[in-house]
Design a protein around this ligand. Structure first.
Ligand SMILES: *[C@@H]1O[C@H](CO)[C@@H](O)[C@H](O)[C@H]1NC(C)=O
Ligand SMILES: *[C@@H]1O[C@H](CO)[C@@H](O)[C@H](O)[C@H]1NC(C)=O
Ligand SMILES: *[C@@H]1O[C@H](CO)[C@@H](O)[C@H](O)[C@H]1NC(C)=O
Ligand SMILES: *[C@@H]1O[C@H](CO)[C@@H](O)[C@H](O)[C@H]1NC(C)=O
Ligand SMILES: *[C@@H]1O[C@H](CO)[C@@H](O)[C@H](O)[C@H]1NC(C)=O
Ligand SMILES: *[C@@H]1O[C@H](CO)[C@@H](O)[C@H](O)[C@H]1NC(C)=O
Length: 222
């Protein structure tokens, strides 16, 4: 019993350290970027379910029977992919000028396959620019701490050394000598508030980036 109480106090302490406020008048406290265990779901009925096919969720935990609806993630489906279906995307170039086959919207179309034979991916391969990039305007500011990048699996070497900026702040820089993985979950160096996200790579030689999907998750306030 004593250890249970101690454990709870300790857990509470961790959660407290990792939390931040968001929403109207900063009145919501979110814990889900770093710790999803602490979502007090049904408290004052302040959170909305985001279940597949509009199912109801567990009123205490928020859990859905058959998973989250499109664009939502996490055990209680409270992480929203704010990149989903965005119209405000662009990239440094479009291979063969074919938007339908290589354009920036393919990166937010909900298909996360890293094999373009299964579903098309973007491709900036068009000129000899030293900077290659993919850019999204989220239309408003969000606190962003986590994103997931799906890069074309058979061209990972071209993605080495890429970086992610939110507004002008560095969220992540790939520095490994090995290629990044095709499915790359990224935690920013800290939670950054911003509206513009830019994934870029510098190369002296002719190069390109080929993104299949980018998911940007924020905590929902319901
Ligand atoms: C918003 O926060 C301010 C400062 O704490 C407070 O004075 C004000 O009453 C709050 N507004 C509402 C609607 O809660
Ligand atoms: C919870 O809801 C009740 C009734 O609407 C309200 O009086 C109370 O202030 C709420 N508590 C918080 C912490 O928002
Ligand atoms: C989901 O169900 C609720 C409650 O029945 C209803 O009000 C709402 O319109 C439904 N939403 C969709 C997208 O079907
Ligand atoms: C890719 O999308 C499918 C279908 O939405 C999903 O089941 C799967 O978990 C996703 N893969 C990753 C690595 O997120
Ligand atoms: C790109 O570079 C290659 C070889 O360095 C050159 O042959 C080609 O003309 C250049 N293309 C453009 C569009 O500048
Ligand atoms: C994205 O970042 C790259 C590298 O800093 C830069 O050259 C490019 O202009 C940026 N794109 C936008 C739309 O800001």
């Amino acid at each position: 019993m004593a250890s249970l109480i101690l454990g709870s106090v300790f857990l509470g302490l961790i959660i407290h350290i990792q939390s931040y406020n968001f929403g109207y008048n900063n009145s919501y406290t979110s814990h889900c970027l770093n710790d999803e265990r602490s979502y007090k779901f049904g408290y004052n009925n302040s959170f909305t379910c985001h279940c597949l096919n509009n199912e109801t969720c567990d009123t205490v935990t928020g859990r859905c029977g058959s998973g989250c609806s499109r664009g939502w993630r996490g055990p209680s489906c409270q992480r929203e992919n704010i990149a989903s279906d965005s119209m405000f995307v662009s990239q440094s170039g479009v291979f063969n000028n074919r938007q339908d086959l290589y354009g920036p919207k393919l990166v937010v179309d909900g298909y996360n396959d890293t094999n373009r034979n299964i579903h098309y991916c973007s491709d900036t391969d068009t000129d000899n620019s030293t900077w290659q990039w993919w850019f999204i305007d989220l239309q408003e500011e969000y606190p962003i701490g986590y994103l997931k990048i799906f890069h074309k699996y058979d061209r990972l070497y071209v993605f080495k050394g890429f970086s992610v900026h939110i507004d002008d702040k560095l969220c992540f820089q790939h520095t490994d000598t090995s290629d990044p993985p095709a499915v790359f979950p990224i935690e920013c160096y800290g939670t950054l508030t911003g509206r513009y996200l830019n994934i870029s790579r510098y190369s002296e030689t002719k190069n390109y980036i080929a993104l299949c999907e980018v998911e940007i998750y924020v905590c929902s306030q319901g």
